[in-house]
Design a protein around this ligand. Structure first.
Ligand code: CP
Length: 314
């Protein structure tokens, strides 16, 4: 496994057989937790300390890494409020990362906005870095959680038709999912307003639908995305939220024409009524909270590989 004592920065790093190994361990952790309510007994050492350095807001990613570490009996240190960290006194993010690395954690999970200096810095910190989301580029542990959720509910990823809806242009989740899910044999398409059509090379040739109805009829998995206002230019979105909702919100009408065995995903946070209606969020095909639960065990498996922890047979 290439992850041992190494950084995990992109979905492109993992081979299919490594994803299989990671998901085997995820399954073991999830099943064992469901039986015993702990994972402590599977891990020989509980000495390692993982630093969580989140310079952008997060609920799911930060807490699920922390939960994953606690379940494994590991310790964490956290910087998650830049306004009370020395970043607020003028220290650069790169220097903050160097200082946390100087405390010698066994691994560091990072989240930050586009910052080329910080990206260059994490390549040379001497401690394994796990990418917890960087700007509009990648969020590979979310993609792993999503792929695992598809596998759990659909039985396979290969052959699935995944429709990504909404603000694709600004979505690091969409990029990491495109790389990972295509590698695993899924077909990807998107449906987005003109302003949010992805421009990156990565998306060249990816199927797109101009209407949500066509896309929903095609898909077996619908993945909604948050409209990321904080990443939009001053120009903003060219259509009003009411128009966006009318054309791109997934609601009851779409569920009527969607595959009865299909599933709906969203990485969160969901802006209710804009990306998915309340009705959709309450529908049994909607697996948004299962993605969150999967995220704990996927991240526990990932951390265990990165730290090279010895996992005992259950
Ligand atoms: N999916 C996700 O990254 O959510 P958070 O921003 O809450 O971590």
């Amino acid at each position: 496994m290439s992850l041992q004592k190494s950084s995990f920065l992109s979905s492109s790093q993992l081979s299919n057989s490594e994803v299989d190994q990671l998901f085997d361990r995820t399954r073991l952790f999830k099943e064992e937790f469901e039986k015993k309510g702990t994972l402590n007994h599977l891990i020989k050492t509980s000495d390692p300390v993982v630093a969580l350095v989140f310079a952008e807001p997060s609920t799911r990613t930060r807490l699920s890494f922390q939960m994953a570490c606690y379940r494994l009996g590991l310790k964490t240190i956290t910087l998650d409020n830049p306004s009370v960290a020395s970043l607020s006194k003028g220290e650069t993010l790169s220097d903050t990362l160097r200082n946390v690395a100087a405390m010698m954690p066994d691994a560091m999970v990072t989240r930050f906005n586009e910052d080329s200096e910080a990206e260059a810095t994490i390549a040379n910190l001497g401690c394994p870095i796990i990418n917890g989301g960087v700007g509009t580029k990648e969020h590979p542990t979310q993609a792993l959680s999503d792929a695992y959720t598809i596998l759990e509910h659909r039985g396979q990823v290969s052959g699935e038709k995944v429709l990504i809806v909404g603000d694709v242009l600004h979505s690091r989740v969409a990029n990491s999912n495109l790389i990972l899910l295509q590698k695993m044999g899924a077909e990807i398409a998107y449906c987005a307003p003109e302003e949010f059509i992805p421009q990156q090379e990565l998306w060249k040739g990816v199927k797109s639908f101009s209407t949500l109805e066509e896309g929903v009829r095609w898909a077996t998995v619908i993945m909604g995305l948050r409209v990321q206002r904080e990443r939009h230019s001053q120009r903003g979105l060219g259509l009003s939220i009411a128009e966006y909702r009318e054309r791109y919100r997934v609601g009851g009408d779409q569920l009527e024409i969607f595959d009865p065995k299909g599933i709906l995903l969203h990485p969160g946070p969901v802006i209710r009524g804009v990306e998915f209606s309340d009705y959709v969020l309450n529908e049994p095909r909607c697996k948004v909270l299962d993605q969150v639960s999967a995220g704990v065990f996927v991240r526990a498996a990932l951390v265990s590989f990165v730290l090279g922890l010895e996992v005992q047979k259950a």
